[in-house]
Design a protein around this ligand. Structure first.
Ligand code: HEC
Length: 102
């Protein structure tokens, strides 16, 4: 029962991204890219990658921001986050926070 609601929430959260894609010059970041490591449901299959599902939204945002500005050092996450806008980071944080934790 909760799935359709969560999918709807996720779509709403990502709508601003879709709307901006038409104008953005830089390559937009999508959750599909995150899913490669963090899992399509925010639960990582690899034990060296953290789960994101159900994590605190503020915490997730702060971590993505820290990767973005280099305060938290990690090669892959820096690559993913370096060109994200604040809106993209906020939408991704909201998306993963809304997913059910394991
Ligand atoms: C190539 C694999 C890979 C991809 C792709 C990837 N991540 Fe990560 N992510 C990691 C790893 C590994 C860590 C752990 C970093 C560390 O050890 O500091 C991490 C950490 C994080 C964290 C911090 C979690 C915590 O508990 O502190 C967040 C938030 C995050 N990633 C979000 C994302 C988002 C959003 C995307 C898509 C835009 C993404 N990641 C794409 C591998 C990846």
């Amino acid at each position: 029962m909760r799935r359709p609601l969560l999918v709807a929430l996720a779509l709403v959260a990502l709508l601003p991204l879709a709307a901006r894609e038409a104008h953005a010059q830089k390559r937009p970041v999508s959750v599909e890219e995150c899913a490669a490591c963090h899992g399509p449901d925010g639960i990582a299959r690899d034990s060296e990658v953290p789960n994101l599902a159900g994590q605190n939204e503020r915490y997730l945002f702060n971590q993505i921001m820290a990767f973005h500005n280099g305060k938290r050092v990690h090669k892959e996450m820096r690559y993913m986050a370096r060109s994200m806008s604040v809106e993209e980071m906020a939408a991704l944080a909201a998306y993963y926070a809304a997913l059910p934790p394991r």
